[in-house]
Design a protein. Structure first.
Length: 617
């Protein structure tokens, strides 16, 4: 990765002064507007500049390529004049010069292509690495603003635009730009007057090209946004295929997808049509320039003021310049599409994480794991209160159960302990230490979470359990698996502990995934244990085994559990009943039954272990 860490980048400012330097000075005037140049300047500063040594070699090779190209029309002019004068020596030397010039240009082109591809591939990898690292470090609130499919699309479609623009900037802006300059110099050497006539056409072509570039920028932004939405729609539909089939939603999903595909198609057609106008425009402009030159130089030959060699050499130079000029004209469209992708890239990268170590944060001092909430309030958004004035001490080394209907604040309260989110008001204390005053690493080393939403990575079962304690021995991993009632099903698999679990654990059943997750938590052996209905996906036999393991695991540990089953809640030393972000009842099972409140209503039903159903509206 580039030594320019993404954490040290300067905030993006649209009004940054126009960058100065060789690279930016070559940009056509149509680029120097809005945020295009500041974005390119930032791209140069953060990602391209570390490769300036290699780029220096590339520039030398480009100068050789441009110089060799400019010699073609000069050589043709001299050859025609030699043919006219019947100069035998010059006629013999001309083919040799052609071979030498083309060989030099060919080897220079090879070197420039290899080095450019190497630099661009490195820049792309560095940018993707920085984006991924930022997303991994980002707050959950930022990650929740966009779907995983949309974020994934940043690494594919958006980088395709960026890579294409970088390639064109190096090959078109630099190489073709230098080639045009060299050819103009050749034309000036051959005939300055004709060069001035050809140059008069340029302003009439530049203005329409600039207008098309602005339109492409708008279309590209809309296209990339719609493609992100389309990726999200496809991912959502495929992951919900079971529900779609049961409720016969295939027609609805097909219609919605067709509409999204049509929207993207229409935007792509608009972009393609806009780009398609550039070539005819540049072709016509080039034709007008050649016609004007032919008219003028033909009259001058008739008058004896020019030679056929000068005419041939000049027209050759003019025609050779047509292709790089056309490429530069098309470059604006490609750059504008990349600018939209870069803007989206920096929109993510410029959001700093707020849950970070405070200056002077110290390691959490080992203790008994006592957790205290002091006047805690929390809001995901400024207008929605998730927790309101929570104050409670959780008994150290004991189990506390949270019960309440969906949206009552149970998960929010649990998430504050390992600082997945920060409190809006108040404080969360562990052994008297504010969790915001200790390092995140030490805090999370003291906490382990087992959720009903099991997350496994596409690696072996051994690796997924081993993530609980990096460097753990095979014996420790196997012991954790036995404690989680997972060992028997693991050794029955063809590759045992070396079996890959597949994407998101897709090769294992729900219960097997949950037992692997529990084994990982057991291996971590943290003093604070947090369970979110950790046995919900197990059958009765496996649940009994896991409950026995959990009973041993919770001994001496401060345990916070979100539970919907009475079998789990009865074992708790303290039960907190939550509703609308507040604790409305607290006590042991016996105490709450005696009080005759919400919890007692569940006890009277006796028909379900589902607390959420019992205390619903």
């Amino acid at each position: 990765m580039s030594k320019n860490s993404h954490n040290t980048r300067q905030p993006f400012k649209v009004d940054d002064p126009a960058p100065k330097g060789f690279l930016i000075s070559l940009l056509p005037a149509t680029f120097r507007r809005g945020d295009t140049v500041p974005t390119i300047r930032r791209l140069w500063r953060e990602w391209v500049r570390p490769h300036r040594a290699t780029l220096g070699i590339v520039l030398v090779l480009i100068a050789i390529i441009a110089g060799a190209t400019a010699l073609y029309p000069v050589l043709i002019k001299e050859a025609y004049d030699a043919f006219t004068a019947r100069d035998a020596r010059a006629i013999m030397l001309a083919p040799i010069f052609v071979i030498v010039i083309t060989s030099i240009k060919g080897f220079a082109l090879l070197g420039q292509t290899v080095l450019t591809n190497k630099v661009i591939a490195r820049i792309e990898a560095d940018m993707q690495t920085a984006l991924y690292a930022h997303l991994i470090d980002a707050d959950l609130a930022q990650l929740g603003r966009e779907s995983p499919a949309t974020l994934t699309q940043r690494f594919t479609t958006d980088f395709a635009y960026i890579k294409e623009a970088l390639t064109r900037l190096f090959t078109v802006l630099l190489r073709d730009g230098a080639t045009v300059i060299a050819l103009v110099c050749a034309m000036l050497w051959i005939d300055p007057t004709l060069t001035l006539v050809a140059a008069l056409v340029a302003p009439f072509v530049a203005q329409p090209v600039a207008r098309l570039g602005k339109k492409l920028r708008r279309v590209a932004t809309s296209t990339q946004e719609e493609m992100g939405a389309m990726a999200n729609l496809v991912s959502e539909s495929l992951s919900g295929a079971k529900v779609a089939k049961i409720f016969r939603l295939e027609g609805y999903l097909k219609g919605r997808a067709a509409q999204a595909f049509d929207t993207v198609r229409d935007l792509k057609i608009r972009a393609a049509n806009a780009r398609g106008r550039l070539d005819p425009l540049l072709e016509i402009g080039g034709g007008v320039a050649v016609a004007a030159v032919m008219m003028l130089i033909g009259w001058r030959i008739v008058e004896g003021q020019s030679t056929v060699g000068e005419f041939t050499g000049f027209v050759t130079a003019l025609l050779m310049a047509a292709q790089p000029v056309r490429s530069i004209g098309n470059l604006n469209a490609i750059v504008q599409e990349a600018m939209a992708a870069l803007r989206r890239y920096y929109d993510i990268l410029d959001v700093p994480p707020t849950i970070v170590d405070r200056p002077g944060a110290i390691a959490l001092q080992p203790g008994a794991g006592a957790i205290a909430f002091r006047d805690v309030s929390f809001r995901y958004r400024h207008d929605v209160t998730a927790l309101d004035g929570i104050s409670v001490d959780l008994p150290q080394g004991k189990m506390t159960a949270l019960v309440g209907r969906s949206g009552s604040g149970k998960s929010s309260l649990m998430a504050l302990v390992p600082r997945l989110y920060d409190v809006t008001e108040g404080a969360v204390l562990i052994d008297g230490q504010d969790v915001r005053d200790v390092t995140l690493a030490s805090l999370r080393d003291h906490v382990v979470v087992v959720s009903q939403e099991v997350v496994l990575f596409d690696d072996t079962i051994r690796a997924n359990i081993g993530f609980g304690k990096p460097g753990a021995s095979d014996a420790d991993i196997e012991a954790a698996a036995r404690a989680a009632a997972a060992h028997d099903f693991i050794v029955a698999l063809p590759e045992g502990y070396d079996t890959r679990v597949g994407t998101a654990g897709s090769r294992l059943s729900g219960g097997e995934r949950q037992r692997v997750s529990l084994a990982r938590a057991i291996l971590k052996d943290a003093p604070i244990l947090m369970l979110d209905e950790a046995t919900s996906a197990l059958d009765a036999e496996a649940e009994r085994a896991v409950q026995d393991a959990l009973a041993r695991l919770t001994q001496g540990r401060t345990t916070l559990v979100i539970a919907h089953r009475l079998s789990t809640v009865r074992r708790a030393d303290l039960i907190l009943v939550m509703d609308k972000g507040q604790i409305v009842e607290r006590g042991t099972h016996e105490e709450l039954v005696t009080e005759g409140g919400i919890y007692a209503r569940l006890q009277r039903l006796q028909l379900t272990d589902d607390i959420e159903s019992a205390i619903g509206p």
